[in-house]
Design a binder for this molecule. Structure first.
Ligand code: ACO
Length: 334
């Protein structure tokens, strides 16, 4: 089977207007700006308006990505929405997005890989395009984490934010686009990061609401250690599969969970700040939206040139991890 090169043709984002600063959080829980900045690097995050759900954020990011790719919604063959905060259990948020966008011929599904969701999403979508099954795919990473955070738990509520990032994938010049994928999971660590109730194991009851079992719970220290190890290993694996040395990496776009995790990767790969996309100070951890939003901002700031090696890497609940290497093509749809 002939395999064609697949790359990113356009990106887009949507960040809700409302900003929640560390000073605001000081009024809500026993915390302070100094602790949050020194332990995480986060200064503020965005919070979706009451009327906004993940599909609303997705549609705005998708419209921008389509415009930047010079495509219309009816040309899209596949929509993947990576999220742990879908509008509802079903229908899939991807179906809601398809309807609102008018992408009537697109196949649709949601993908649950927590903060690694966007990397899993582009990895999956690009296989369809590489094999000629589809031509154009829209991959969205979106979260309304403010809806699943326990706003009385200082261990978690300071970390997360809401937002959406989207990318349109399609065929690119041979030798450009995605060069390698390194995905992984370890379900034995699932307990470290989860929402316990609301599924078939523990359906919603008055008691589950009372016990806050619908809120995100996390063992921060364990996740931290795991994150440092797997993000570095996944990046090394993806570089090796692409036949590249770490010195050939032009831009790393890591998941934005904690500045100390990103700094450990910078040390491991000998990267200076100009070679890493960092935006967690402005948005916190937006789970599956973090990587596409950081990628979009790097594109907008002209930090990526044709031929650059861009590495997307992340980790998250599941546990999951992943990295993918792109040779940037800067093409619009033809
Ligand atoms: N303000 C002030 N003090 C706090 C706060 C806060 N917001 N939160 C915790 N503390 C306290 C703790 O209670 C603890 O006090 P104690 O020693 O008296 O018990 C102390 O600060 C230190 O707590 P640690 O948990 O050791 O702090 P740590 O340096 O590990 O930082 C953090 C915590 C930021 C959560 C870090 O562990 C981390 O970033 N972990 C990774 C999280 C992550 O990457 N998640 C990604 C996946 S998310 C997803 O997939 C949806």
């Amino acid at each position: 089977m002939k395999v064609r090169s697949v790359g990113i043709l356009g990106t887009g984002v949507y960040l809700p207007e409302k900003v929640l600063t560390n000073a605001d959080l000081e009024k809500m829980v026993d915390t302070n700006d100094e602790w949050i900045v020194s332990r995480t690097g986060i200064r503020e995050r965005r919070i979706a308006a009451d009327h906004e759900a993940s599909s609303d954020l997705s549609i705005k990011a998708a419209e921008m990505a389509l415009k930047n790719a010079n495509l219309t919604a009816d040309q899209i063959d596949l929509i993947i929405v990576a999220t742990v905060t879908p509008d509802m259990s079903f229908p899939a948020t991807a179906c809601l997005v398809q309807d609102q966008l008018g992408a009537s011929k697109a196949a649709t599904f949601d993908l649950s890989a927590a903060c690694t969701g966007f990397i899993y999403g582009v990895s999956a979508a690009s296989q369809f395009i590489a094999t000629g099954v589809y031509r154009y795919a829209l991959v969205i990473g979106v979260e309304c984490l403010s809806r699943i955070v326990d706003w009385e738990d200082r261990n978690t509520c300071i970390l997360f934010g809401d937002g959406a990032g989207a990318a349109v994938l399609g065929p690119v010049e041979e030798g450009y686009g995605f060069l390698s994928y390194e995905l992984g999971g370890d379900g034995s660590g699932g307990e470290l990061l989860k929402i316990e109730a609301g599924g078939s194991r523990c359906p919603a009851t008055a008691a589950t609401v009372e016990e806050k079992l619908h809120s995100l719970s996390m063992s921060g220290r364990e996740v931290f250690k795991f994150a440092v190890r797997v993000m570095n290993n996944a990046t090394e694996g993806a570089l090796a599969k692409a036949g590249l040395e770490k010195e050939e990496m032009d831009l790393m776009v890591p998941h934005q969970a904690n500045i100390r995790i990103i700094e450990s990767a910078m040390k491991r790969f000998g990267l200076t700040k100009d070679k890493v996309a960092i935006n967690l100070d402005k948005y916190g951890n937006m789970s599956s939206a973090s990587v596409p939003v950081a990628l979009h901002e790097a594109v907008q700031e002209n930090r990526i040139q044709k031929g650059d090696h861009v590495v997307l890497c992340g980790f998250g609940g599941g546990l999951t991890w992943g990295a993918t290497v792109l040779k940037w093509s800067q093409e619009e749809a033809k």
